[in-house]
Design a protein around this ligand. Sequence first.
Ligand code: ZN
Length: 308
Amino acid sequence: MRLARLAMKRLACLYAIVGAVALAAVSFGAEGTTRVLIVTGGHAFEEGPFFQLFRDNPDIAFVAAEHDGASATAWERDDLATFDAVVLYDMPRSITPAQQGKMRSLFERGAGLLVLHHALVSFQDWPDYERIIGGRYPQPPAGHPQVSDAVGYQHDVDVPVTILDTRHPVTAGMKDFTIRDEIYWGFRVGGDVHPLLGTTHPKAGKPLMWTRTEGKSRVVFLQLGHDRHAFDNPNFRDLVARSIRWSARRSGGTMTPRMATCGTFSVVGVASRIGRGSESPELFARICVSRFDNIGRGATARADSGRP
Ligand SMILES: [Zn+2]
């Protein structure tokens, strides 16, 4: 009986220590995580591997929002001011004045903006968008050839990528690489952009990546990113992660405890100390997943928008 009471006391003590450490990790992560809104809609894409690259980023918690098809409705979200950065992987044709105002509110408070791939084609009739993102792919009108010598695209190209700025935080330390991806040509590039990536591919438009400042915000454009060949490419993943971090004005390095650390601590650490059969590993895993796990946040967002 006495032994059993002693064992219970030790168990309670372990629960308390483990619980305190787990909760400390939760609060640290919540403060350090970069909140990212990922906007899609208006162009098909490989959703699974695309969102996986963000799920695999331990520094961010993301929410996915999809335009409803009529206009750029993702900008009407009430929680827009809560995001540190917005990623555009959308291609809507139209945007209302109210939606334009919501986008501009980003630049008044200095939130980051990362514009990927086909988002270079959005809002053909809104000149400010070209200035904001630093370029425009001029989509030929319906009925005209969509691919010509002047403007066009080509899939599944082995693109030789060159680092143009080896000191910028987004590209520092990176080496030239080759990526299988879609090239565009004939796109316009603003005079005030700072180029980060180029290519020696003769047909591809240049540069492939640039930055500029809009209001208080850092804007990054990356032309790469058509499909899983890019989404699974470690260089592409690195560029996306660094662009989010830099545009959101976060310092370098991993900013938060990794979800893996949290999960390992919860499931393996607690289980090995207290023993199998305890419900605590599951309890702590649930705390961690609900607070940290991007998959959980993505799933919530998918429920909001109908599709990821
Ligand atoms: Zn594409």
